[in-house]
Design a protein around this ligand. Structure first.
Ligand code: HEM
Length: 505
């Protein structure tokens, strides 16, 4: 053996040991990626995706376990389907998972990333969120704006009563949708817009919200291959800009009107816009709002508040039409608490445990945000014994957790009683029940969502009996989206329940 052979052998042996040391060290620090189905080169599992993602993921979890991976193009996607792993993400590693995975189309409707929904976890997000929770959506603010919400509900009751007198079936989903959009609009800027202009704004507002939510849902090549996002191959960002700019013009018009008339100069109820303009003028060290931030927060409230409560009420009504004995029990509770000579108001809702149980059971069985809003880890982390790389997309399949037979007895049965016996709440402390998410990024609109759903559901049940027209069938099948929706239209005929006609004014 020459000296160079000797040196070569030492280098090879040293390199092998070095590599083995590095490998074991890496393996000790970073276990493997979660298991998952096989995919094709480059496009991964994309061709096998099914449109109803929540049920598709539920099926895959049965084969691959409570945490599995998919390659959606170049995007590593992790799906979690058990309370234990959800807890590791949403509580143990909450800060690491407090960023959102932002869809490529979102910048088309953002105000430079000033929305709470898309803001990365950091000082700006904290400032906006605090403002939202403490000033806009606090119980004090909700108490002072009861009249804004009440007006819209009474308007809908009047319309339903007219249809009831004519014995006419109505598209209940459509009415709930219109009412809910108007409630949110009222909360945003109250009665700034009046008369004919109000109807124009209402119609445009509903159209824009629907269009923007639809675009957010469209499968987008830019999300699967982020390197291509700058080309916007499907033109979705461009399409999103149009409704976003129209919405921006509505915001501008209303803000200018408000600035022109001055806030608080009349007896008006204080709305979100009053609060935001006041905070903007106050400008302290902690809260420094620009006009862009004001509009971004209005947009947050529009996108977060419109498409959620509406579907909870619609699913609840569909389940009650399907289960008349549960509807009867709810009406008996209402007659006892409210009486038949008064109308429901928001002060009654804390005394209606059965109606609350109906809302909880609706959110369990028909989880409105079935996969929450996807999260994105800010650093590589180990969860459930597997490595979750930085920047992967995380879905928590809350819908599957809510239907897991090991957690919920007879999980497909609509049974509000299960929430009378067990004290589940909405605040995300029990990881088997997460309708509003959990942790730092859980829903800030919980209190408003709860009030809007309970008050309107109670009003619909107290004021009317509901009959299914002969040609109709009550379907409770779901269709997947950013929010879960009823697949088929919900048509029913209202029948007046209260004898005093004044209770329908
Ligand atoms: C019953 C009605 C509602 C349900 C079921 C619901 C559910 C949710 C869920 C599951 C999330 C994601 C939480 C997470 O990732 O952990 C969320 C986020 C959010 N919701 Fe709601 N929501 C409702 C009503 C509202 C209302 C009324 C508003 C505002 C007016 C609102 C505003 C938001 C915002 C801004 C976020 C993003 C929070 C962030 O990223 O920091 N939501 N909601």
């Amino acid at each position: 053996m020459t000296i160079s052979d000797y040196v070569f052998t030492v280098i090879v042996v040293f390199s092998v040991f070095w590599y083995l040391w590095l490998y074991t060290n890496y393996k000790r620090r970073f276990p493997p990626l979660p298991p998952g189905p096989w995919g094709l080169p480059i496009i991964g599992n994309l061709p096998f995706l099914q449109p109803e993602l929540h049920t598709y993921f539920q099926g895959l979890a049965k084969q691959h376990g409570p945490i599995f991976k998919l390659w959606l193009g170049a995007k590593l996607t992790i799906v979690v389907s058990s309370p234990e792993v959800a807890q590791e993400i949403l509580r143990t590693n909450d800060t690491i998972f407090a960023n959102r995975d932002i869809p490529a189309v979102a910048p088309g409707n953002t105000y430079g990333g000033s929305e709470i929904l898309w803001s990365p976890y950091g000082p700006k997000w904290r400032m906006l969120r605090k403002l939202c929770v403490n000033r806009l959506l606090s119980n004090a603010m909700l108490d002072s704006s009861v009249e804004l919400r009440r007006g819209e509900t009474r308007r809908t009751v009047r319309y339903l009563a007219d249809q009831a007198r004519l014995g006419k079936p109505i598209n209940l989903g459509e009415q709930i949708s219109l009412m809910n959009v108007n409630i949110v609009r009222q909360m945003l800027w109250g009665t700034t817009v009046k008369g004919e202009e109000r109807e124009i704004v209402e119609a445009e507002f509903l159209e824009l919200v629907t269009e923007m939510n639809g675009l957010l849902l469209k499968p987008n090549i830019s999300d699967f291959f982020p390197v291509l996002s700058r080309f916007d191959l499907q033109g979705l960002v461009k399409r999103m800009r149009r409704p976003a700019q129209r919405m921006d013009r509505i915001f501008d018009r209303i803000i200018n009107q408000r600035l022109g008339t001055g806030s608080g100069s009349d007896e008006r109820v204080v709305d979100f816009l009053d609060v935001l303009l006041k905070v903007k003028d106050e400008k302290d060290d902690k809260t420094n709002l620009t006009m862009n931030d004001v509009k971004a927060l209005l947009m947050d409230m529009v996108l977060g508040g419109t498409d959620t409560s509406l579907h909870v009420i619609e699913f609840a009504m569909a389940e009650l039409l399907h289960n008349p004995e549960i509807m009867k029990r709810a009406q008996q509770e209402l007659d006892k608490v409210v009486g038949t000579d008064k109308v429901v108001d928001e002060s009654h809702i804390s005394k209606l445990p059965y109606i609350l149980a109906i809302m909880k059971e609706t959110l369990r069985l028909h989880t409105i945000a079935p996969l929450l809003s996807p999260r994105c880890p800010s650093q590589t982390t180990v969860v459930g014994g597997f490595t979750i790389p930085k920047d992967s997309k995380i879905f928590i399949n809350v819908w599957a957790i809510h239907r897991n037979p090991n957690i919920w007895e007879d999980p497909l049965k609509f049974d509000p009683d299960r929430f009378l016996d067990r004290s589940y709440d909405f605040i995300g402390n029990d990881f088997s029940y997460l309708p509003f998410g959990s942790g730092r990024r859980m829903c800030p609109g919980l209190a408003m969502g709860e009030r809007v759903v309970l008050y309107n559901l109670a009003t619909f049940l107290h004021s009317f009996d509901w009959i299914i027209p002969q040609a109709e069938r009550v379907g409770i099948e779901e269709t997947f989206g950013i929010t879960l929706k009823l697949k088929n239209r919900l048509v029913a005929t209202p029948v007046l329940r209260l004898s005093d006609p004044n209770l329908y004014l």
